[in-house]
Design a protein around this ligand. Structure first.
Ligand SMILES: *[C@@H]1O[C@H](CO)[C@@H](O)[C@H](O)[C@H]1NC(C)=O
Ligand SMILES: *[C@@H]1O[C@H](CO)[C@@H](O)[C@H](O)[C@H]1NC(C)=O
Ligand SMILES: *[C@@H]1O[C@H](CO)[C@@H](O)[C@H](O)[C@H]1NC(C)=O
Ligand SMILES: *[C@@H]1O[C@H](CO)[C@@H](O)[C@H](O)[C@H]1NC(C)=O
Ligand SMILES: *[C@@H]1O[C@H](CO)[C@@H](O)[C@H](O)[C@H]1NC(C)=O
Ligand SMILES: *[C@@H]1O[C@H](CO)[C@@H](O)[C@H](O)[C@H]1NC(C)=O
Ligand SMILES: *[C@@H]1O[C@H](CO)[C@@H](O)[C@H](O)[C@H]1NC(C)=O
Ligand SMILES: *[C@@H]1O[C@H](CO)[C@@H](O)[C@H](O)[C@H]1NC(C)=O
Ligand SMILES: *[C@@H]1O[C@H](CO)[C@@H](O)[C@H](O)[C@H]1NC(C)=O
Ligand SMILES: *[C@@H]1O[C@H](CO)[C@@H](O)[C@H](O)[C@H]1NC(C)=O
Length: 828
């Protein structure tokens, strides 16, 4: 065993030792001769990973961990002493113990952490590999590995790592989230293989409630993760043999740095490192909606997809531990501010019966009890009041549901059909009472408050006058016919930002009305890094871009950190609300086609006709707005550039919009206008089908990745089946086929095979014929494709097979000639 005295006798000598011996042992190795203390680190031979002491965030607790060599923000992938930090890293030491284990000793020499294996030899070394794994192995024989960190993952799953189950020892390799964003201790969420032996992965809350499942492995993908077919960067492998089941992955291109993380938010997230912007982009996450995470907000906490923060305590409750809550650990939930008047208290002198607070549009908590034989809301309420442990009831569909104890898994503003009204039990004093006998007190308080407000208003007015004269001068500098607004004007126009229209990647949008009763949409930009002058320049550039298919920028506001853009208001909202609502029948085929054409026109204008080519970067139905005659206008153009020149910001904020991302976003090649063409193609599929490309159907099965279906139906010449069912087959089949083929062309893996937006427009308008598209490589995985189908090009050329030549017309311009050459080289 370790002698606990070494550290305590020579606490100051140990770091010195390490320093001196740096010279004679490899910098990626901890050996009997070289231990680690203080700020010393070892680095893997290629420089990819670093091991040493670190402290997360603003804490002063130290952990031994492994992090990326490239990322200065110290993104850890593994932590040794998750639950047992040390207070002082300079006197703690990570070393090889006498028994050959790698151990961490604190300043008193006490054992904090150990690899805890039975080693056959006591001459071992610990080597940090470029795969991110720390290996404990025999000093003289490197293939005798006794322990490796990649077999003991914490919250990160690295390429080459395994998540699985050893059937003999019963050991599982699972990911466990951090407790909160600054505490690596095991949190409440796990990702693990089904312990029952099926090939599906679950995300579990508190090791019990399974709120996400990958579906079973079907030799290529997990059945509930259809987006795996659209995968350009990983090789996945599921292994099942008599001793173990596990899943592992590797990178197709080893230069790409990627990691999967079981996040504090209860979602699994996949990040990819973008070298040129030195940042991680969130590429994929599940469950897609934050509020689908089971009991994310703890007991008496409620989740809200549209809120400023996802979690909030319900009325009458506050966070049990505010500091945990702020760091993203809401599992402690909320506690009641005022105890219920029940039991013993019911006999006290100023007894008031508990009341109920009505919460509409809620996802009801789990674990209800159904009370039979209760026929009215009043009786249901009484049944709840009469039991001190009852905390809420709901009377719905003439049934009485009650809840006892903690309320878990609440969600506000729930939009699904199961949304219902919950009656939350609160002490009477928590709710306004109509006959308050404290009127005098209240009026005194109100009087004082009013007096105070008047004073403040006066002060504010003076300050405002001074500032506005300054702003007045500044705003004269802006051209482009844009109106500079005061923040206070916009506050008034939007009724203090009370009517939220939506939240995009760059900030929230609110409805407002100008004094002349012109409706406007006000976008509050978030996370803007730019200086005042640059902001004004960019905004006035955006202001000069005007087109019938682009949402018009009317004005802006720039006061300190308040940066807002004022747009014309679009009556019918965004395309997704019409397209994906199962009941909506607004969009006939003709309208849809016009939307596709209009959008293409707007994009073509941005790409080809503006002074500088503008890449939109975020084409999706949410960004297509419709006026009262359903004419489409593109929103948010120019913002990618405004928000950050490297585009990385765009990606990190595109939560859940992975379905629209062109592959070059991940492979790291420069982004061109063709990235928009890809997104446009993805959207075109959705316009045709009326559903998301990546979507779970109501039965919980996946509907399949729609573009794959298109590809196969195109081949079977069975195009009518692709159409949105709501249209009842009422569509121009020629237009439909054109749209489907075009969309397939737009999503080609190789950007040089995709048409330009100008060509897209010509095809849609019927000026250009479109040939049978090749199936993009990524889609081919799931499609039975005859070999010979991939030999054609976007435009028909002379060497085309006879079966398709009937569809072709000449229409070949110079540019299409070069295009066919480009396609030729990559078509097979
Ligand atoms: C430790 O250092 C000594 C002398 O520098 C060397 O002979 C010995 O091989 C080293 N041991 C290990 C395990 O590296
Ligand atoms: C290995 O163990 C032997 C005795 O069992 C001991 O003398 C020797 O110092 C140990 N070597 C190391 C590197 O700890
Ligand atoms: C190590 O060996 C001891 C005694 O032989 C045994 O009890 C223990 O279970 C072993 N530990 C491991 C991790 O194999
Ligand atoms: C190193 O260890 C491996 C596996 O234990 C063994 O097969 C091999 O013979 C060893 N090599 C030497 C040189 O001892
Ligand atoms: C595993 O199987 C047992 C018995 O068949 C069942 O009760 C349990 O719910 C299953 N667990 C999971 C996670 O499916
Ligand atoms: C998680 O489960 C354990 C028992 O399995 C329980 O004691 C604990 O309270 C649970 N945690 C939460 C946040 O409910
Ligand atoms: C909140 O939790 C942290 C640890 O998670 C603990 O240190 C702190 O004392 C708690 N605060 C309160 C007010 O309970
Ligand atoms: C409340 O008072 C009544 C009579 O004054 C008594 O019978 C009853 O036990 C008391 N209840 C409690 C919970 O103390
Ligand atoms: C009540 O609980 C049952 C069983 O868990 C569930 O099927 C039902 O949907 C719940 N009803 C409501 C209104 O929450
Ligand atoms: C209150 O409800 C709980 C849970 O259903 C039950 O166990 C308890 O007996 C009830 N108490 C009374 C006084 O009815």
């Amino acid at each position: 065993m370790v002698s606990p005295t070494i550290g305590s006798i020579f606490p100051l000598l140990l770091p010195l030792f390490g320093l001196l011996l740096d010279l004679c042992s490899a910098a990626d190795t901890i050996s009997a001769n070289r231990s680690l203390s203080g700020d010393q680190t070892i680095t893997s031979s290629g420089g990819h990973f670093v091991l040493g002491f670190f402290k997360p965030g603003s804490t002063d607790r130290y952990y031994v961990g492994i992090w990326y060599g490239k990322d200065p923000k110290l993104t850890s992938v593994w932590v040794a002493n998750r639950e047992t930090p040390v207070a002082d890293h300079s006197t703690s030491v990570l070393k090889i113990a006498d028994d050959g284990n790698l151990v961490l000793l604190d300043s008193s020499g006490a054992l904090i952490w150990s690899t805890a294996v039975n080693t056959t030899s006591n001459s071992t070394v610990a080597v940090l590999l470029d795969s991110g794994s720390l290996q404990l192995r025999d000093a003289s024989n490197s293939s005798m590995v006794v322990w490796q960190s990649i077999d003991h993952p914490t919250n990160t799953w690295l390429p080459g790592g395994r998540l699985g189950l050893n059937k003999i020892t019963g050991m599982t390799q699972r990911l466990t989230s951090w407790k909160d964003s600054e505490d690596p201790a095991p949190g409440i969420f796990n990702l693990e293989l089904d312990p029952n032996g099926t090939s599906q992965y679950f995300i579990l809350w508190n090791s019990t409630n399974n709120y996400w499942s990958s579906g079973t492995w079907n030799d290529q993908i997990f059945s509930l993760v259809p987006e795996m077919t659209q995968n350009y960067i990983y090789d996945f492998q599921y292994v099942s043999n008599p001793t173990e089941n596990y899943f592992t992955y590797s990178m197709k291109n080893p230069d790409i740095i990627s990691r999967f993380v079981m996040d504090v938010s209860g979602q699994i997230k996949q990040f990819t490192w973008l070298d040129n912007s030195q940042s991680w982009i969130l590429f994929w996450s599940q469950p897609r909606q934050q509020c689908q995470v089971y009991s994310l907000c703890g007991a008496f906490g409620s989740c809200n997809e549209n809120g400023q923060t996802f979690c909030q305590c319900v009325r009458g409750f506050s966070a049990r531990n505010q500091s945990d809550w702020d760091l993203g650990d809401q599992s402690g939930g909320c506690v009641r501010n005022t105890p219920l008047q029940c039991g013993d208290r019911a006999n006290s002198s100023n007894f008031q019966r508990d009341k109920f607070f009505t919460m509409d549009n809620m996802r009801l908590p789990v674990n209800n009890q159904t009370l039979d034989g209760i026929g009215s809301d009043d009786d249901c309420q009484l049944a709840c009041l009469n039991n001190c442990s009852c905390t809420a009831y709901s009377f719905a569909g003439s049934r009485c549901y009650v809840w006892h104890g903690e309320l878990l898994n609440l969600q506000d503003q729930y939009s699904q059909s199961e949304a219902s009204t919950l009656q939350l039990r609160l002490a009477a004093s928590e709710l306004p009472s109509p006959k308050s006998n404290k009127k005098i007190v209240i009026w005194t308080v109100v009087g004082a408050a009013v007096a105070l407000l008047v004073c403040l208003a006066l002060i504010w007015f003076v300050v405002w006058r001074r500032r506005s004269s300054r702003l007045m001068r500044a705003s004269k500098a802006v051209g482009g016919g844009l109106v500079p607004f005061w923040y206070s004007d916009l506050q008034r126009a939007t009724n203090n930002f009370s009517h939220k229209l939506g939240g995009g990647g760059f900030g929230s949008v609110f409805k407002g009305t100008l004094p002349d009763s012109t409706p406007i949409a006000v976008k509050k930009l978030e996370g803007l890094q730019q200086g005042e002058k640059q902001f004004r320049t960019e905004v006035s550039t955006i202001g000069t871009i005007q087109h019938v298919n682009l949402v018009r920028l009317l004005g802006f506001c720039s006061e300190g950190t308040n940066k807002l853009l004022v747009y014309e208001f679009m009556q019918k909202g965004s395309l997704d609300t019409h397209l994906f609502k199962s009941t909506s029948t607004d969009l006939k085929w003709k309208t849809r086609y016009q939307i596709a054409v209009g959008t293409a026109r707007g994009l073509a204008y941005l790409h080809e006709q503006c002074r500088d080519c503008i890449i939109h970067c975020d084409i999706k139905p949410e960004n297509i707005l419709l006026d009262d005659s359903f004419a489409p206008k593109l929103a948010d153009f120019g913002l990618a550039k405004l928000m950050g020149r490297d585009f990385s910001r765009v990606l990190t904020t595109m939560r859940g919009t992975r379905g629209y991302l062109a592959p070059e976003w991940i492979t790291g090649v420069p982004i061109t206008a063709k990235a928009d063409v890809y997104s446009y193609g993805m959207m075109l599929f959705e316009i045709v089908s009326g559903r998301r490309n990546l979507e779970n159907t109501e039965e919980g099965n996946t509907a399949g990745f729609f573009p794959t279906l298109v590809a196969s139906e195109l081949m079977k010449e069975n195009i009518g089946s692709l159409l949105d069912q709501r249209l009842g087959g009422d569509a121009d089949l020629e237009e439909l086929e054109r749209a489907c083929k075009l969309a397939c062309w737009c999503i080609q893996d190789d950007e040089s095979c995709r048409p330009t937006m100008g060509q897209v427009l010509q095809v849609l308008e019927g000026f250009l014929e479109v040939a049978m598209p090749p199936i993009p490589r990524s889609l081919r995985l799931l499609t039975e494709t005859p070999e010979n189908i991939n030999i054609n090009f976007f435009y028909q050329t002379q060497n085309v097979s006879s079966s398709q030549s009937s569809q072709s017309k000449s229409g070949t311009s110079n540019s299409s000639q070069t295009r066919s050459n480009a396609s030729n080289s990559s078509g097979a």
